[in-house]
Write a protein that binds this ligand. Structure first.
Ligand code: AOS
Ligand code: ZN
Ligand code: ZN
Length: 429
């Protein structure tokens, strides 16, 4: 099932093919001078994928308001269709990360088949114990997995186990647990007891994990608990993942750190400990802004990928991170933002791949700070767009995904069936 006609994509590509070929050839020459084979890089980039968050295809918002976009998805099947467009054109997002209960449906096998028809599979399942659902018995206002009340904790545990069960029907292999638990006043929460309760609850979830599943623990420095959160940083996440067992690892959402924190170094530490679960890619200026990946700090994203490529290059045992986007699209068409963010992530990967590792190692050993920095910068400053264009075109995608998408009129078409939902409340994710 192809949401956009293949002929349309081919026709659009035909207008760009000649220049794309020239650019690829020229970049190939440049890389060859550095003893890098462009086709090898292309093959590596082609096998890279980053998951789309199902909540990302709807228009986000701020804590105060949400301005609906045109033709927003009405339910999970519409969301899959939009994800199908993203994958069809940009060819970098073969999986979708679902959120329960937002994506609940009555027929999971139909959902799985629909996804497969778009060439999509399912990445990690995401639970929600950070907001109350209609008719739920116990409120999460004062926490969920760490709540002082045992019945509330039990409800949150049961919800996570339900997410695993749904994920099994879909072929998912991981559960991401993010809790908003924490406090807003000094003294409100007993720090050590709350962490112990987190361990007690997550142990029960961990016990329900199928043998080939992993559990991703996502830390966040603040929000909605602005004085303290229970899993506030990678240290707490690491303590919890270590206590739980090998299937529990730490997920790094780029927006969940204090300003100026050296995220790439956290990534290196987690790799060294065999505890890097993967990522929620996004960008930020101030906090958990959920801006498009690489829109503010592309060099930071590249430096994260430098650590990842270095670990793969060195064959670090057990290194197998999951890649997901986690963004809120407030002023753009979410499909466009997700296609360009996936390309941005791919770009950072490609740039890290072309860093000369031997040159970097030699500079580090010789304490040659300038040459070490230059080795990295040379990768970052290389325009790898021709590689990405070639990867997409060879996979049947669009040389220019956003141009092809706009030319297709997809959004206008689906808007006929999908009425705008004017939300009075905030749309923050
Ligand atoms: C919240 O800040 C976290 O980033 C979550 O990963 C995510 O946004 C949420 O689970 C979506 O429901
Ligand atoms: Zn996240
Ligand atoms: Zn977040």
């Amino acid at each position: 099932m192809a949401p956009i006609s293949k002929d349309q994509i081919l026709a659009h590509n035909a207008t760009l093919q000649r220049h794309a070929d020239t650019d690829y050839e020229y970049l190939g020459e440049q890389l060859a001078r550095r003893n890098i084979d462009i086709d090898t890089i292309k093959t590596q980039v082609a096998s890279f994928g980053v998951a789309i968050p199902s909540w990302g295809v709807g228009t986000g918002g701020t804590r105060f308001a949400r301005f609906p976009g045109m033709g927003e998805p009405r339910h999970v099947f519409d969301k899959l269709q939009d994800c199908g467009v993203i994958q069809q054109l940009a060819r970098a997002t073969p999986t979708v990360s679902l959120h329960i209960p937002w994506d609940k449906c009555s027929d999971w096998s139909e959902l799985r088949q629909t996804a497969a028809s778009y060439g999509l599979g399912f990445d990690a399942m995401n639970s929600n114990t950070f907001s109350d659902q209609k008719d739920q018995s116990h409120s999460y206002k004062f926490g969920s997995l760490t709540h002082a009340d045992a019945a509330t904790r039990a409800q949150a545990v049961a919800h996570n186990i339900e997410c695993i069960e749904i994920g099994q029907k879909l072929g998912s292999k991981a559960l991401t647990v993010w809790v908003g638990d924490g406090s807003n006043f000094p003294g409100q929460q007993h720090f050590r007891r709350a962490f112990d309760r987190y361990l007690e609850s997550t142990r029960q979830i961990y016990a329900a994990l199928p043998g080939d599943w992993r559990m991703f623990l996502e830390h966040k420095i603040c929000e909605p608990a602005f004085y303290s959160t229970v899993i506030q940083d990678w240290g707490s996440s690491f303590m919890a993942a270590s206590a739980l067992g090998t299937k529990a690892q730490c997920l790094v959402d780029l927006g969940h750190h204090a300003p100026n924190v050296n995220i790439e170094m956290i990534v290196a530490r987690l790799i060294a400990a065999g505890k890097l679960a993967g990522f929620h890619f996004n960008d930020s200026k101030y906090g958990d802004d959920d801006l498009d990946a690489g829109s503010v700090a592309p060099y930071r994203l590249f430096l994260v990928f430098n650590e990842l490529v270095s670990a793969a290059h060195e064959g670090v045992t057990g290194f197998d991170p999951a890649y997901m986007l986690d963004q809120s699209h407030n002023v753009t068409d979410p499909i466009e933002s997700l296609m360009s963010s996936a390309a941005q992530v791919q770009q950072s990967y490609a740039q890290a791949l072309i860093v000369d590792r031997a040159e970097l190692d030699a500079a580090q050993t010789a304490n040659d700070a300038l040459m070490a920095s230059r080795a990295l910068k040379r990768g970052f400053e290389t325009n790898v767009t021709p590689i990405l264009q070639r990867v997409r075109a060879e996979a049947g995608g669009a040389i220019d995904p956003i141009g092809a998408y706009r030319a297709s009129g997809y959004r206008q078409q689906v808007a006929k069936d999908r009425p705008a939902v004017v939300g009075g409340s905030g749309g923050i994710v």
